[in-house]
Design a protein around this ligand. Structure first.
Ligand code: SF4
Length: 342
């Protein structure tokens, strides 16, 4: 099957695409092997997903996709003017009670999709002019997703591949993606074990995130490489400021600055919006205040982070409605912000 894809300034050279195809062919079997005793993420459920067993994420061996759409609300180097080509994959290896994408991550909205159909969705996003192909929460489905990335690359897709994940990752799995992923977009959610445990993750979240993001920076470098303002290679670390947990944010920033990098772009998100399941919670049931958010931004400036993405603190609800054709109804063509997974 041959697709006439528009040439874009974001596209890779054919030599780089060929090298990426060879790397994919080599690494997919290594990742697929892990499914039989699953250690794709630090949960290490050690279930045989090839035999139909399921672990914490509840997923089998195939891909399950919730939505694929141009997304205009990511950081400007990702959304640009034509949108990030975002694929929202079902389930997650965390269980954040406040996740803005809870219909997908917790309620597992989505449908099984085969290799060619998923590759076709990637090509559709390229044909619509998106600047990249962005995989959201891909780790638990990695072997199947990469099979489709391989097919899309073989069919002519040359856009950068963005890996948007929650930060609870195994550094050795991230290492197997060297030469495959162009732009890393991890969360660093928790700077303290206690906050990880209180919210959504095992207590080793900070250590696992440090190891995994350290490997991402080793691969892609500290500085974001762009062309025409669009990310081509690099890492953007996201941190969502939570209501009532400023100290968690300060500790997270201290770890990033001290153990990772002050040069790597840091996206500080103020967009926390209570979702219905936490509406009555004394902390999670409210927005972040301007004072809380500014305390975190000021601390980032004190730590000398060189590249910050920041947001306005306002009352706008930023919970996507995945029952609608346009889940991010507030962002039509806006091209700014930072609306990622919760
Ligand atoms: S990917 Fe899923 S089954 Fe595998 S270790 Fe992680 S949570 Fe467990």
């Amino acid at each position: 099957m041959i697709y006439e894809l528009p040439s874009t300034r974001e596209g890779m050279s054919s030599a780089k695409t060929r090298a990426m195809i060879e790397t994919l062919k080599e690494r997919i079997p290594l990742l697929r092997e892990r499914l039989s005793d699953c250690t794709l993420c630090p949960r290490a459920c050690r279930v045989d997903r090839l035999a139909g067993e399921t672990g914490f994420c509840g997923l089998g061996a195939g891909a399950v996709l919730a939505r694929a759409l141009p997304h205009y609300g990511e950081e400007p180097p990702l959304s640009g003017t034509a949108g990030a080509g975002t694929l929202f994959f079902t389930s997650c290896n965390l269980r954040c009670p406040f996740c803005q994408n809870y219909r997908i991550s917790r309620e597992r909205l989505g449908e099984a999709i085969d290799r060619e159909a998923l590759a076709g969705r990637m090509l559709e996003l390229a044909l619509r002019g998106c600047h990249n192909v962005e995989l959201v929460t891909p780790t638990p489905q990695l072997p199947a997703i990469l099979e489709s990335v391989l097919a899309a690359r073989e069919w002519g897709m040359t856009l950068p591949l963005v890996y948007n994940c929650g930060g609870y990752e195994s550094a050795d799995v991230i290492g197997l993606l060297d030469g495959i992923v162009d732009v890393w977009l991890p969360d660093f959610k928790y700077g303290r074990e206690a906050d990880a445990l209180a919210c959504s993750a095992p207590g080793d979240y900070p250590q696992r995130a440090l190891e995994a993001i350290g490997e991402m920076i080793r691969q892609a470098g500290e500085r974001l490489q762009t062309a025409g303002g669009i990310a081509r290679r690099g890492v953007i670390i996201r941190h969502l400021v939570l209501p009532g947990r400023v100290q968690n944010s300060l500790d997270a920033l201290r770890l990033i600055a001290g153990r990772l990098s002050r040069k790597v772009p840091l996206s500080l998100m103020a967009q926390y919006t209570p979702i219905p399941p936490v509406a009555g919670d004394p902390l999670l049931g409210r927005r972040v205040t301007r004072e809380e958010y500014e305390a975190v931004v000021d601390f980032a400036l004190d730590l000398d982070f060189e590249n910050l993405f920041i947001q306005e603190v306002d009352d706008q609800s930023l919970v996507p409605d995945f029952d609608r054709e346009e889940p991010f109804r507030w962002e039509q063509g806006s091209g700014s912000g930072g609306q990622g997974p919760g």
